[in-house]
Design a protein around this ligand. Structure first.
Ligand SMILES: Nc1ncnc2c1ncn2[C@@H]1O[C@H](COP(=O)(O)OP(=O)(O)O)[C@@H](O)[C@H]1O
Ligand SMILES: [Mg+2]
Length: 294
């Protein structure tokens, strides 16, 4: 579904350049439900906006559902956004209209593309648990209910891929659980690939795979030890370490990212010594120069 290789995004303004993604690799299978985690500023939203066709990549390769997003033409991009992706934001005010009902909100994007399907709009609102609230105006709904309307809207164009940027960032734990459950149902029942960006580690236990981004690069990947483990068991087991196995991501040409804490604790900066003993690769701080010369 998603294939990024060496993806680069540089934001340029008057005299400063920010390298938000510096050669990121990511591969997501069709039908997967995965999460992207990382500290604030690590490039998560930048990546999601590129995948959603909202921002243009600077270099590298990125393809989604067969579309090459680096070479895509403007008219194709409109088609891509209409047919391939759905988007959910933390701040749902971005795609909700407060003076319309929940149902009218879901119908709006259908009207814009000329394919109004009221029965499907109603079905989507039922799916997110708002059957009895669909004729309420948006401002009469709670924050969590509004976020569920936003999810129904994101599904209104029958996307193959659902992208959610911090979708539970401004709701309480109970609502957050409910939202994650809706994503899981959408993934299982509609077969939609789901990518969730979050900085909340507890959410990560509820997906199949977690990719950690650090400074615009994929650094670590957590894969569920037992893919048959159900949601409840995963929740009981708690954090990432219990449920997932951690891997360092190594790209095609052998690059990997060593966590800053590791480097600092052994005093590596700039260069390191690397030894291979036939089984293990050991990276150490280089010997002081004086020693080598004597
Ligand atoms: N439109 C922009 N213009 C300039 N810099 C930006 C822009 N958007 C994001 N950045 C910068 O890119 C980096 C990654 O940001 P972002 O993708 O928003 O991170 P995250 O979502 O992980 O918090 C940050 O240093 C941020 O300041
Ligand atoms: Mg962000």
């Amino acid at each position: 579904m998603i294939q990024c290789e060496g993806l680069v995004k540089i934001f340029k303004s008057e005299d400063i350049e920010v390298v938000a993604l510096q050669g990121l690799n990511l591969s997501v299978e069709q039908g997967e439900m995965m999460a992207i985690i990382g500290n604030s500023g690590s490039g998560k939203s930048t990546l999601l906006n590129i995948l959603g066709g909202l921002d243009h990549p600077s270099a590298g390769q990125v393809s989604v559902g067969g579309w090459d997003l680096l070479k895509i033409q403007d008219d194709q991009l409109v088609e891509y956004k209409r047919n391939t992706v759905g988007f959910v934001w933390q701040n749902n005010a971005r795609n909700l209209l407060p003076y319309l009902t929940a149902l009218e909100n879901v119908e709006m994007p259908m009207l814009l593309t000329g394919k109004l399907d009221r029965a499907y709009a109603q079905e989507l609102l039922e799916r997110v648990g708002l059957k009895d609230r669909m004729h309420n105006k948006l401002h009469q709904l709670s924050g969590g209910e509004q976020q569920r309307v936003a999810i129904a809207i994101s599904l209104s164009n029958r996307p193959k891929l659902l992208l959610a940027d911090e979708p539970t960032g401004s709701v309480d734990t109970a609502t957050s659980d409910q939202i994650m459950q809706i994503f899981r149902q959408v993934n299982r029942e509609l077969g939609i690939t789901v990518v969730i960006v979050t900085h909340d580690l507890t959410l990560a236990g509820k997906v199949d795979r977690v990719v950690a981004i650090r400074d615009g690069l994929t650094s670590t990947e957590f894969v569920k030890r037992n893919p048959n483990l159900d949601l409840a068991a995963a929740e009981l087991a708690g954090g990432l370490q219990e449920v997932h196995e951690a891997f360092v991501v190594v790209d095609r040409v052998g690059r990997l990212q060593v966590p800053k804490e590791y480097l600092e604790s052994v005093g590596i900066s700039g260069r390191a010594s690397m030894e291979f003993d036939g089984e293990k690769i050991v990276i150490t701080a280089p010997k002081p120069l004086e020693e080598e010369q004597s």
